[in-house]
Each structure stands twice: as C-alpha cells, then as structure tokens.
Design a protein. Structure first.
Length: 396
C-alpha cells in the first residue's frame, strides 16, 4: 500500500510538472515573438527588464484589421493552391492503427505560384509592393497567432469525435498537455491533411515573403542598395525553404507526421514561430545594415554549405532507410531495434552522432546569424534557442 501511494504521488507530481511546463511554453512563446519585435526596431535594440515591460504599453496596436484580412486571404490562397495546382500523391508510412494515408505533394509548386504573384506585384508596383509586409508586420504576427490558437482548439475538439487516430504522446488524459502535444495524430478534412499542410506551407512560404520584404525595405532605406550580409541571409534561408518544399515527401517519414499529434506545439510553431522568429536576422539587417569583408563572406558561405551537407545528407539517409531498409543505398547500415520495434541507425551519418541532423541545422543557424555582426547579442537568439530546444523538447 505504501508503494502504491508513492507511485500515485510520483504520478501526480509528474502530471503537475507537465501541466506547468506546457502552460509556461504556451503563454511565453507568443510573448517572445512580440518582444523580439518591440526590443529590436529602427530605434535600436535594447534588452532590459524595464524596456520589456514598457514595450507592451506602447500606443502601437497589436491587432490590425487590414492585416488580418490579408492574412485570411493568404490562407485562402494557399489552400486554393493545394486544391487546384497540379501535384502527385504519395503514401506515407504505416501508422500504429494500420492505416496508410495518402498526401498530395505540390508544396514547391505552391512556392513558385506565390513567388510569381510577388514578381507580378513587384513589376506593377515596384519595391513598395513588398513594403506592405513591413508596414503591417505586427498585425501579421497577431493574425498568425489567432489562426494558430483557433486551429489548435479546432483540432483538439475534433479529436474527441469517433474513429480518430490518436497520438500516444498527446492522449495522456492531461488536458493541457494533450492540447499542447496534439491529441489527434493526423487531423484531416477529406484528403486534406491539416498537419502536413501546416507543417510546410503557411509558415515556410511566409518566411520567404518576409525575407523578400525585409530586403526591399533595406533597398529603400539605403536608396537602391542591398548589403552583402542581407544577400547572404536571404539566400541561405530561402535556400532552406526551397529545399524543404522541394523535398516535401521526405517529411512523411518524420516523427512530426508519423508519431507526434497535431496540437499547439506544431500549430503555433509552424504558423507563427517559424516565419517570425526564423526571419529575425533579415529583419534586423533591414534597419541595421552590416557590411562584411570578402573573407567573412567566404567563411560564412563555407559554414552554410557544411551545415547543409550534414543536414540534408543525414535526413535523406534516414528517410531512405525508413522507406526500405533493404534498398541498395542503405542496406549496409547497421541498426538496433528498440522495445517499440523501431530501427535506429548506428552507422553512416547516424554512427557519428545520435542527432547529427540537428548539428548540421545548428551550423546553418550560425551561418544565418553571423552576417548580423557582433554589435548586438540578441541577433544570436536563434542559435541559442536551437541549441537548447532541439535536444530537450522531447523531455516534456
């Protein structure tokens, strides 16, 4: 009986810690997005507790009705592109319930479609066309936050309907934790897979548009010039986005699709965090131009290439192994089988490190931050965040 009481007490403490942890994350992450906007602007970058508190009492409204309408139309545009643009259908991995879902792959075509619209707008209106994003940036943050919360609530409510495939990680009975992790594994409306769509389209493609807008603002600010630092950041990050969409089908074998539910974590992360946090370096350079030496440019390019080589090589190897361990390109790899029956590669890229893909990603993070110089440490937020978040988020 005493042992049973201890186990119950331990379980209660664990559930409390879980609830407290995700509650802090749910409320703190939007705050971070807003604060990076307020702390770093044309007036400089300040980092003090007093300035943080004062920033939320400024006269600038968080909600912008016009930005909300535009952001709503942005979603309509992307969903319409998913429906009407040509693509091909790809089957994902077999899920725990034995189902094997089919996904429409046309993310790269959607990106080309959006960039074509931007090109036409640029041709008709010049750089002022892209200045809209800069002028309504705060309103777009709020709009994306509203969408991410609304979609999280919708998918959580729908997970209680019958015949839903639930995620093990998000079906604990702890309401707050399940809302954060995602209770339903693959929420769908017909063939439209909400999780796969959100993972690769609204945030990643908006990230590209934001960077183009920041480059346009710098072009106007510097009266027809763009610094080499801005070119590097935009080139590297757009390259990353293009690669993600070009290799869209590779995401079908990742844990995001096969294991994790679709909750606040993936919803807010994909819709709000990715575009508005990951584009921070380009936004900083838009109002704080940095000129790099040729030596620095070459060094940063080499770092980016090294990081991408590791990142893409490791992820491609893992994807090929998960699809068919007996394929000629991966059958030489050694592996161990976990208690759950999963096969973990122990050679090749994955013999060098347990999370070698994160290391490549982290090197690229440095290549994105170094062009901002060393005047303000806040521009290295992404490097620190990635180093802390990547290995630890699975512990919650």
């Amino acid at each position: 009986m005493q042992l049973l009481r201890k186990k119950c007490l331990f379980y209660q403490k664990k559930e409390f810690v879980r609830s407290l942890s995700v509650t802090v994350i749910i409320f703190s992450t939007p705050f971070i997005v807003y604060e990076l906007y307020f702390l770093c602007n044309e007036n400089g970058c300040k980092f003090s507790l007093m300035y943080i508190l004062e920033s939320f009492f400024q006269n600038e409204p968080l909600f912008d009705p016009f930005a909300f309408i535009v952001y709503f139309l942005w979603w309509i545009l992307l969903i319409s592109a998913w429906v009407f643009l040509p693509g091909y259908f790809k089957q994902g991995n077999i899920l725990d319930n034995g189902a094997r879902l089919t996904y429409k792959i046309n993310g790269f075509r959607t990106l080309i479609f959006v960039l074509s619209i931007c090109t036409i707008g640029f041709y008709l209106k010049g750089v002022d066309f892209l200045e809209f994003v800069w002028s309504h940036y705060l309103g777009l943050i709020t709009s994306s936050l509203i969408f991410s919360i609304a979609l999280s609530c919708y998918t959580y409510a729908c997970s209680f309907l019958s015949n839903r495939c639930l995620s093990k990680a998000g079906n604990t009975g702890n309401y707050i934790y399940d809302f954060y992790m995602g209770r339903e594994l693959n929420p769908r409306i017909g063939l439209f897979d909400i999780k796969e769509f959100v993972e690769l389209r609204p945030g990643i493609i908006l990230w590209v548009v934001l960077n183009l807008s920041f480059a346009a603002h710098q072009y106007i600010h510097l009266e027809g010039q763009i610094t080499n630092s801005m070119v590097l950041v935009c080139l590297f990050q757009i390259w990353y986005c293009v690669d993600s969409l070009w290799n869209e089908e590779l995401v079908l074998t990742t844990m995001d699709i096969t294991t994790e539910g679709f909750g606040y974590m993936l919803c807010f992360g994909s819709i709000t965090w990715v575009p508005f946090i990951y584009s921070f370096q380009a936004r900083y350079l838009a109002f704080h131009p940095v000129y790099l030496s040729n030596f620095a440019v070459i060094g940063i390019i080499l770092l980016q290439c090294l990081g991408f080589w590791i990142f893409r090589g490791a992820n491609s190897q893992k994807d090929a192994f998960r699809k068919n361990p007996e394929a000629s390109s991966v059958r030489h790899l050694t592996y161990i089988t976990t208690e759950k029956g999963n096969k973990l590669i122990t050679s090749g890229w994955w013999g060098r490190s347990r999370h070698i893909n994160y290391f490549g990603d982290w090197l690229m993070a440095w290549a994105w931050c170094l062009p901002t110089g060393f005047e303000n440490p806040i521009t290295y937020f992404y490097v620190v965040y990635f180093a802390v978040y990547s290995p630890s988020f699975v512990l919650l």
